[in-house]
Each structure stands twice: as structure tokens, then as C-alpha cells.
Design a protein around this ligand. Structure first.
Ligand SMILES: Nc1ncnc2c1ncn2[C@@H]1O[C@H](COP(=O)(O)OP(=O)(O)OP(=O)(O)O)[C@@H](O)[C@H]1O
Length: 579
């Protein structure tokens, strides 16, 4: 069985492997506490029944000491079990979250197309939390119940074999048959409950992120009604599970009651036959009663574990999401600067059935060269950036770095030499300084100031009352569109990759701000290998080559001087832009 075909539970429990010792201690302590509880009731039964016969106090000494010792050890062992099992479970959750996050970071952004962001959040938070129950409510109590149940039945067999057999059967029904049946029955509603939780989280994130648009279009009532519907689905599914758990708990109590009655009846008849004393009868009956405490949580746990199974499946779906790019097992080190990127006959699409987004592009980013990629919306410009940043692999053609195929290098390494500014740069809800330092955490204050100066932000930052420590708000809400873009540009300049890819740096700005930012970034990228993706055709006389893309095809290329006066796509784009 390969790793991917193992049941989701088993695969996730692999995260618990490093904590084996701690889990063994928890299991032993849990079984000890349960055994102490059963023995406490059994010995108490013996003590009370024996005391009723008025023996000398010395005859009861051992039982009295045993009751005290069992009472104290039960508490201490339970404490040790709770402490170690929860500690281990939380550490497993931590490792699991880190593992999932690493996977997401590796496949983002194009590998995440099948997931909604809120649903991913639910997977990372509540589905991971559910896994805690596998350990705390699943593995450990089942191990304790199996061990203590077996020992108790064996001990009872020394007193009265038929009663022990009945107890064993009762424990098996309450602790295995009932939970197993309930677990199976709850599987479908558990799947619905976890899916409904993911759906609710996805809608919630959508409503929060799009609150402004919803209010502007008066669509908030509809969105809230949708949320209420999704919430009702979660409640319905969870109510179904709670009902199943309650029925299970009731059944277990019923089986326990019947079994203890049966043990009592068998015991009384054995006392009448003279094969069992009265004092052992009390110990036997109370031991049987206590034995059911070990299995009583199992039916509810089985329902919970059914939910956990579907959470585990949703988590392994993230772990198994295919890599959008080829990652070599032993990537070679990156070549030394200067870096020369060459694209030959590049064909790209987002899936085998999807149309070509880029068709037959050649591109030469030799050191210090600046190339502009222009074209109408949907022409494939950002797709070229995604390939250069190793977020997507070419379907055909090659991209080489200093003569070596780019797919031979690790994606993270490639992004160290080819970087820049994405089309929709994300601004974190933090300060200006922290947003900038993201690009180079160890950067000196002078490097920060220099990047901000080149992005024409320095004077503005220094004039702010809180300066570099000014909070930028969620998604940079406290900044203007231009300031946000300049902050992203400063971040790109601070990262200082040998090859800079700037995707629509002037998008969404008014013409004045666009012209100013274009002039500044052309200034800042002078002498630096740059691919400038833009709708904005001002200032392109400064770049070495312009490539016009249309429906993924390079339809024209040359310098601004070549293209501007020649009838064709570039002249048409320029005419539209100035119309
Ligand atoms: N993640 C994606 N999944 C599937 N198709 C995509 C994806 N991203 C882009 N496309 C498709 O690929 C084609 C090229 O898109 P791309 O974003 O590269 O164009 P663009 O020239 O950058 O457009 P714009 O100027 O509007 O940003 C489009 O047809 C688009 O619908």
C-alpha cells in the first residue's frame, strides 16, 4: 500500500509518530486510571460487604488501604493521562498545521484552484482540531477500554465464570457493536457536517471580503440569507450527529444495566448454590458496574470519529493536491549572476482541456535588458509572469536560466533570482516597515530608505505622524491605490532580484498617477533586467523591446520607435490609449 492509498486516518497518525513515547505514557496512565476506578468500586463493594459481617478492624486494613491508594492513584493517573495526551495531541496538531501550510505554500497559487479560501481556512482550523479527537477520544480510550475490559473479565472469571462471560459479552456489545454500528450510520451525516462547515466558512470569508461591494449593490440581505442557509445546514448535520451520539449513549447505558442485572441474578443464584460467597457477590456486581464506565464514552466517540474521518479525508486532499510545477528531487544550485533568461517557443495552458493561454512566445531577458509585454486583457501576459516565477510549467517550449532548463531548478530558488511585483500585490495588515521588510527581513534601515526613495515613497513615509510604523490596515485599506502599488514596488526593489518581473504596476491608478509611477519605475529599473507587463503604453520608448500579445500569440515585436509608426496592433493599442 503506498502512502497515498492508506486510509486518511492512518496517514495523519504518521504525524504522531515522533510523539510515540509520550502517547505510550498517556495510554498507560489512562489504562491505569481506568483500572484503578474499576478496582476501587470492586474493593469498595468488598469492604462494605465484609464490614457488614463485623470482622475485626485488622481484617479490613488491607482493603481500607487499597481503597485509599486506588482513590489517590486514580486521580493522579488521570491527571498524567490528560496532561500527556493533550500535550501530545496539541503538538501533533501543530505539526499537522505546519505540514499543511508547507504544502499550501508549495502549490500556491495555481495548485489551489480547486479550493475556496474559506473552505481551506476551515480545513486548517476546525478539521485539524478534529484530529485531536482521534487521539484523545479515539485511540487512547479504546486502548484503555480493551485492556481494562479484558483484565476485568479475567478477574471476574476467578469469582464466577458465567457472570464473567456475560460481562464480557455486555462490554463487547456496548463497547464495540454499538459504537461500530453508530459510526457507520453517522458516516454520511458526518461527511455532510464537515462539508457544510467548510461551505459556511467559505461563504463567510466571501461576505467579509466583499462587504463593500455587497453593500454598494444592496445585496447584503441576499448574502446574509445565503449565510443563514449554510449555517442551518451545519446545525442540521450536527444535530443529526448529536442525536446519533445520544442514542448510542442511551443504548450503552441500557446494555450496561441489563448486563449488571444479569451478573447480579447469576451471582445471587451462585450464592444460593453455595458456589459464591456474599462478599465476593458485592465485589463482582460493583466491578461489573464499574467496568461499563470504560466503554460508556465509546459510542459518542465513534460518532465523533466518523466526523473526524471526513475531516481527515479533507486534510489528505490538501496534502495530495497535485504539484502545479515539476519539483526536482535534487535541484542543482542556481547559476551565479549575471542571470540570462531565455524563453523559446513557449506554450502554456491551465489544464489539459483548457485553451492555450500563451502560444509560441520567444523572449530574451539578457542581463540589463528591459522588455515590455503589452496586449489586451486576457492576452496571456500574467501567464508568462507565472511561468517565469515557476508557478506554472510550460506545456511546450523551454525557459532557460543561463542555458539550463528552468524546470531543473527548485521553484523557490528560481524565485530568488526572478522576482518582482505581482498583478495584485498583497499588503499585510501591519506597518509600512513590516510590509517592506517582508522582502528582506534583515535589511538595514538605509536599504529600506533607499528602496522607498526609488519608489518615491520616502518623503511621504517620513511626513506621516507615525512614519515607518504607520499601520496600513486590512488589505492596505489605509493607503491609496497609488501608495499601495508604490509600497509593493519598494518591496520588489528591496528584494532586488537579478531579474525583475513587474505585472501591471500601474493598474487601477488615474492617468496622472500612472504616468508618474511609470516614469519612476522606469527610472528605478534602468540597467536592471526587467519584464514590464503593462496596459499602460506611456514611457515605453525607454525599454529595449516591446512584445504585443494577443490571444496568447506574440503578434508584434520591436522597439517603440519601430512599432509606433507602423500600422498594426501596437499602433492600434496606442491609439486606443490616447483616444
Ligand atoms: N488560474 C487560471 N485558470 C484558468 N485559466 C486562467 C487562469 N488565469 C488566467 N487564465 C486564462 O488564461 C488566459 C490569459 O490570462 P492572463 O491573466 O495571462 O491574461 P492577461 O493578459 O494578464 O490579462 P489582464 O491584462 O487582464 O491581466 C485568459 O484566457 C484567462 O482566462
Amino acid at each position: 500500500m503506498t502512502a497515498a492509498t492508506r486510509p486518511p486516518f492512518v496517514r495523519l497518525l504518521a504525524f504522531a509518530r515522533p510523539l510515540r513515547a509520550e502517547l505510550l505514557v498517556a495510554a498507560a496512565a489512562g489504562a491505569g486510571a481506568t483500572a484503578a476506578g474499576i478496582a476501587l468500586l470492586g474493593v469498595s463493594g468488598y469492604l462494605i460487604a465484609r464490614a457488614a459481617e463485623h470482622p475485626s478492624v485488622t481484617a479490613l486494613t488491607i482493603a481500607v488501604v487499597a481503597v485509599r491508594a486506588l482513590g489517590v492513584s486514580r486521580g493522579v493517573l488521570r491527571y498524567v493521562e490528560r496532561l500527556t495526551s493533550h500535550d501530545a495531541a496539541f503538538r501533533v496538531l501543530g505539526d499537522l498545521r505546519v505540514g499543511l501550510y508547507r504544502r499550501l505554500a508549495r502549490i500556491a497559487p495555481h495548485g489551489l484552484r480547486g479550493f475556496r479560501s474559506g473552505d481551506l481556512l476551515a480545513r486548517l482550523v476546525s478539521d485539524v482540531d478534529d484530529i485531536q479527537d482521534v487521539i484523545v477520544r479515539g485511540v487512547l480510550p479504546v486502548a484503555a477500554a480493551a485492556l481494562c475490559g479484558g483484565v476485568t473479565v479475567t478477574a471476574c472469571a476467578f469469582l464466577l465464570t458465567p457472570a464473567a462471560a456475560l460481562l464480557g459479552a455486555g462490554l463487547l456489545v456496548a463497547g464495540a457493536v454499538v459504537p461500530w454500528t453508530l459510526g457507520r450510520l453517522a458516516r454520511a451525516s458526518a461527511r455532510r457536517a464537515t462539508a457544510a462547515r467548510g461551505d459556511l466558512a467559505a461563504r463567510m470569508v466571501d461576505v467579509f471580503s466583499g462587504a463593500r461591494e455587497l453593500i454598494a449593490h444592496g445585496a447584503e440581505d441576499r448574502a446574509l440569507a445565503e449565510l443563514a442557509r449554510a449555517d442551518a445546514e451545519v446545525v442540521r448535520a450536527e444535530r443529526r450527529n448529536a442525536r446519533a451520539a445520544a442514542i448510542g449513549a442511551g443504548l450503552a447505558v441500557g446494555v450496561a444495566g441489563l448486563t449488571v442485572w444479569g451478573v447480579l441474578v447469576l451471582g445471587v443464584s451462585a450464592v444460593s448454590d453455595g458456589t459464591l460467597g456474599r462478599v465476593p457477590l458485592a465485589a463482582l456486581t460493583l466491578t461489573a458496574l464499574a467496568a461499563f464506565e470504560t466503554v460508556s464514552p465509546l459510542p459518542a466517540a465513534a460518532v465523533r470519529l466518523a466526523e473526524t474521518t471526513s475531516s481527515a479525508r479533507r486534510l489528505t486532499a490538501v496534502l495530495d493536491a497535485p504539484d502545479p510545477v515539476h519539483t526536482p528531487a535534487t535541484p542543482p544550485p542556481l547559476p551565479e549572476t549575471p542571470i540570462h533568461v531565455r524563453v523559446r517557443d513557449l506554450w502554456v495552458r491551465y489544464g489539459p482541456q483548457e485553451p492555450w493561454a500563451v502560444q509560441g512566445l520567444d523572449l530574451d531577458l539578457s542581463p540589463g535588458r528591459r522588455v515590455a509585454l503589452v496586449g489586451p486583457s486576457g492576452a496571456g501576459k500574467s501567464t508568462v509572469a507565472a511561468v517565469l516565477l515557476r508557478f506554472l510549467d510550460p506545456a511546450r517550449g523551454t525557459v532557460t536560466i543561463n542555458g539550463r532548463d528552468m524546470t531543473a531548478f527548485a521553484p523557490d530558488d528560481v524565485r530568488r533570482v526572478i522576482g518582482g511585483m505581482p498583478q495584485n500585490p498583497y499588503v499585510f495588515d501591519s506597518t509600512i516597515q513590516e510590509n517592506l521588510r517582508l522582502a528582506r527581513p534583515g535589511a538595514s534601515d538605509e536599504a529600506l530608505r533607499s528602496a522607498a526613495r526609488r519608489a518615491r515613497l520616502l518623503d511621504w513615509i517620513e511626513a506621516l505622524p507615525q512614519g515607518w510604523n504607520t499601520p496600513v490596515g486590512t488589505h492596505g485599506a489605509a493607503l491609496s491605490g497609488g501608495e499601495r502599488r508604490r509600497l509593493a514596488l519598494a518591496r520588489a526593489l528591496l528584494a532586488d532580484p537579478p531579474v525583475m518581473v513587474l505585472d501591471e504596476p500601474t493598474a487601477h491608478l488615474d492617468p496622472g498617477a500612472r504616468a508618474a509611477l511609470t516614469a519612476d519605475l522606469l527610472d528605478a529599473t534602468r540597467g536592471r533586467t526587467t519584464l514590464l507587463i503593462t496596459h499602460d503604453l506611456t514611457g515605453l520608448d525607454e525599454v529595449d523591446e516591446i512584445i504585443v500579445l494577443d490571444h496568447g500569440r506574440p503578434v508584434q515585436r520591436g522597439s517603440h520607435q519601430d512599432l509606433a509608426h507602423r500600422p498594426g496592433p501596437y499602433a492600434r493599442l496606442t491609439a486606443w490609449a490616447t483616444a
